[in-house]
Design a protein around this ligand. Structure first.
Ligand code: PHE
Ligand code: NA
Length: 454
């Protein structure tokens, strides 16, 4: 307990490493965020762009990020400094690490608030509040929660403390056991919910909402949001996976890990979407109702189905666990940096960081009530601004720079040693990292700037 776990032997097996990385990837992004941004952006076409981004940008960047981490072997800033020296690159590359540290802290500041909603729902479900509940009553329950800033603040505090306590014990000891039953548990409950969804009479409508694209609904902003979400959901572009990669043994396969993680993450998001939109359409609700979507829909299902109190309570417990296993990866870049490069004690650094994150999070707490209409950036309140800047700018920018480093700065030898890919696949991957992924990010950025101007 509490030891550093920095040696290359840290991950006892490929499975454990994959568990931790899947734990980072699968989180609120899949269950809470994917459905509501899909609803806000019109469904099918948005989902298609998101899937294309996962395949052409997400998976390659995830692989590149693991490669950088394992090859550099330390916290993000130190990793970039090590790699810069080895490959005689510009000293400025440490900024890529700094971007990750900052993005992690900013994302975590709202992530803990939303995870707090999950804790509140866990308690409500346990008390039987959702038994036989109507969709209107769920809506009222949710607004009641949002209208109580001190309750939100309380749960935000609880989640922040839990994150700090788990993170101070080190990545491995915190998550191995938990994720072992969390992932299968989540999958089973989602499949049960899927069964329920087919009985609502709106499953077909949900399916076509997600999978029949209508491109007239697609703006450049929606493309940016879909692309940003591909980064967010895979935990890439901010060096969390880079840190995890630095713990990965030389013999383990980066490619296999990357593919498994992306597949599991995508599956869970799509399942959540199918279930949630079935409930939306069956109850005449609004798909674009925003960040409350998960919390306004699922209780209806749990309220009606057999064993709903049990499954509902378990589900929200799993949501909170999934959020915590992502939260500890969000804090890890900053934490490992303070620990290794500033020489701080891990637990002290964790409490310090946790306090900063908690404080910034107050802005998000009030973004759902008192400061809802407080305009920080182009009509966005504090929560929306933090989300936009991190997910849609910092992560894609970080990911793009990682592609550039792996494809343009590193050489064939390093890439081959790390990835051990067949020549054709290697050519395709390097081509993607050299051209497709970075150019796609730049085109989407540029189109948004132009669109915003006109
Ligand atoms: N991937 C996580 C999710 O989907 C969020 C996250 C983003 C975690 C970035 C770490 C880094 O919920
Ligand atoms: Na995810």
């Amino acid at each position: 307990m509490g030891q550093l776990n920095l040696s290359k032997e840290s991950w006892s097996s490929q499975t454990v490493f994959i568990l931790a990385a899947v734990g980072s990837a699968v989180g609120l992004g899949n269950l809470w965020k994917f459905p509501y941004i899909t609803g806000e952006n019109g469904g099918g076409a948005f989902v298609l762009v998101y899937l294309i981004c996962i395949l052409l940008i997400g998976v390659p960047v995830l692989i590149a990020e693991f490669l950088l981490g394992r090859s550099g072997g330390a916290n993000p800033l130190q990793t970039m400094a090590n790699l810069t020296r080895r490959h005689k690159a510009s000293k400025l590359w440490w900024l890529l690490g700094l971007n990750g540290v900052l993005a992690g802290v900013l994302i975590l500041s709202f992530y803990t608030v939303i995870a707090g909603w999950g804790v509140a729902y866990f308690i409500s479900s346990l008390q039987g509040s959702f038994d036989q509940i109507s969709s209107d009553a769920v809506g009222a329950h949710f607004s009641g929660l949002l209208q109580s800033p001190y309750e939100l603040l309380f749960w935000h505090t609880v989640v922040s403390i839990a994150t700090v306590m788990i993170a101070s014990r080190g990545v491995r000891s915190g998550i191995e056991k938990a994720i072992n039953f969390m992932m299968p548990g989540l999958l089973i409950i989602l499949l049960i919910l899927l069964g329920y969804a087919t009985t609502t009479g709106a499953f077909g409508q949900s399916f076509s909402f997600l999978f029949s694209p209508d491109f007239s609904k697609l703006s450049w902003e929606a493309v940016l949001i879909a692309m940003g979400h591909a980064f967010f959901t895979l935990s890439i572009g901010m060096a969390a996976m880079m840190v995890y990669g630095s713990y990965l043994g030389e013999k383990q396969s980066i490619i296999k890990a990357g593919l498994w993680i992306a597949a599991a993450d995508t599956l869970i998001a799509l399942l959540a979407g199918l279930v949630i939109f079935s409930i939306v359409f069956a109850n005449g609700m609004e798909p674009g109702s925003g960040p409350g979507l998960l919390f306004q829909t699922l209780p209806v299902a749990f309220g009606q189905m057999w064993g709903g109190v049990f499954f509902g309570t378990l589900f929200f417990a799993l949501v909170v666990m999934a959020a915590l296993s992502s939260a500890i990866s969000l804090i890890e870049p900053a934490l490992s940096w303070m620990e290794q490069s500033w020489g701080m004690k891990r637990s002290k650094a964790a409490w310090l960081l946790g306090s900063v994150i908690w404080f910034i999070g107050i802005g998000t707490v009030f973004s759902f009530n008192r400061w809802e209409d407080f305009d920080v950036l182009g009509g966005r309140n504090i929560f929306e601004t933090l989300d936009f800047i991190t997910t849609n700018i910092m992560l894609p920018l970080g990911g793009m720079l990682m592609c550039v480093f792996v494809a343009w700065v590193m050489n064939d030898q390093v890439r081959e040693d790390q990835l051990k890919l067949a020549p054709l696949w290697m050519k395709l991957l390097v081509f993607d990292l050299k051209w497709i992924a970075p150019v796609a990010v730049m085109v989407v950025f540029a189109s948004n700037l132009v669109a915003a101007d006109s």
